[in-house]
Design a protein around this ligand. Structure first.
Ligand SMILES: Cc1ncc(COP(=O)(O)O)c(C=O)c1O
Length: 323
């Protein structure tokens, strides 16, 4: 059974007025979309540091040419000038461009003018723009997440993070209704992979929409305290080492230069010696960096984790990896 959602949420919250919605259940909805929009051998664009699951969904669906654009070194915003040049230089045109807003692994927020410029470049080039809005309600310091809508844009949303429903497996795609054939192709993929999200999950998701996003906003607002604790824990890396954290639940930090090609050893050592789990930047197209999450623990546990991380990083900077 395919179950189409109420679109009230999209109108009110996400400024989507012409889109249709399909509820998804697969591990990561991008796989559905890549299968719908791309053919084996196509090229696609993403920006570093990228969300590793998006990269893997391209790999596992036969997209052979994954063009990874740079982020601005100061704020990690996707480099739109690079995108313009890439469209100009690469024929056939890349089929799809994807961004995560706010980002995983960096927590960087893409401001509206930049998102619109990326969208305009995609439209002119005849490429799809696929925006992952999983962290739409995880915004800090007065920033506001926005969605844009057009005939070349697909937005994905998830209940996993905002409503803590990871294991329930439910999210949705908002896609342009007016594009001929698109609904058929999305449903073809949907009907052959998950078929549908389980009914019980859809009921819970519907209930979440009825309760409304204010509940999420209340849960999320204190995460800035966790972020502060972890920013302090990262201070041994130097005053210019940390980026992101404007949204989502992540900070992105540069390790000392000697670990540029071996962030994995640092991550492994932090886990085994200091009891701290972070993600190596090399998994996200950013070798020499680490991703730190501030979303998974209560404040008190975060303080414990931050103390361990700080001790580990002080040792790393002072003595290197000493077992
Ligand atoms: C950017 C991003 N998109 C999608 C997902 C996965 O969402 P879902 O659980 O709905 O597949 C995650 C989970 O970590 C994520 O960080």
């Amino acid at each position: 059974m395919k179950f189409f959602f109420s679109v009230v949420q999209l109108h009110v919250e996400n400024n989507q007025h012409k889109s249709s919605v399909v509820v998804t259940a697969d591990v990561y909805q991008a796989v559905d979309l890549v299968l719908t929009l791309c053919d084996a051998g196509d090229s696609v664009v993403m920006f570093a540091p990228y969300y590793f699951n998006a990269y893997m969904s391209f790999q596992m669906t036969g997209v052979t040419n994954i063009l990874v654009g740079p982020g601005d070194p100061k704020n990690l915003h996707p480099d739109a000038d690079w995108l313009e040049k890439t469209f100009f230089e690469n024929k056939p045109t890349p089929k799809l461009v994807t961004v995560v807003n706010p980002g995983n692994p960096s927590g960087t927020h893409i401001p509206e003018p930049l998102l619109k410029r990326i969208s305009a470049l995609c439209k002119d080039a005849g490429a799809w723009l696929f925006v992952d809005n999983t962290y739409e309600y995880f915004m800090y310091d007065g920033r506001k997440h926005i969605c844009i809508e057009d005939d070349h844009i697909l937005n994905i949303f998830s209940f996993s993070k905002a409503y803590g429903m990871m294991g329930w497996r439910v999210g949705y795609i908002a896609y342009p209704t007016d594009v001929p054939g698109l609904t058929d192709q999305i449903l073809k993929v949907q009907d052959n992979i998950p078929i549908c999200a389980t009914i019980i999950s859809q009921h819970l998701a519907l209930y979440c929409l009825e309760v409304g996003p204010q509940w999420v906003t209340n849960q999320v607002k204190d995460l800035v305290k966790n972020r502060s604790l972890l920013l302090d824990a990262l201070s041994p890396l130097g005053s210019d080492a940390v980026r992101g954290g404007e949204g989502a639940i992540y900070l992105w930090a540069k390790l000392p230069d000697q670990y540029k090609d071996d962030d994995f050893s640092v991550v492994s050592w932090l886990a085994h010696k200091h009891g701290i789990a972070v993600i190596p930047g090399s998994a996200c197209g950013g070798p020499g960096y680490v991703r730190i999450s501030f979303g998974g623990l209560q404040e008190e546990q975060t303080a414990t984790a931050a103390a361990r991380l700080k001790k580990g990083l002080e040792q790393l900077v002072r003595n290197g990896i000493v077992e």
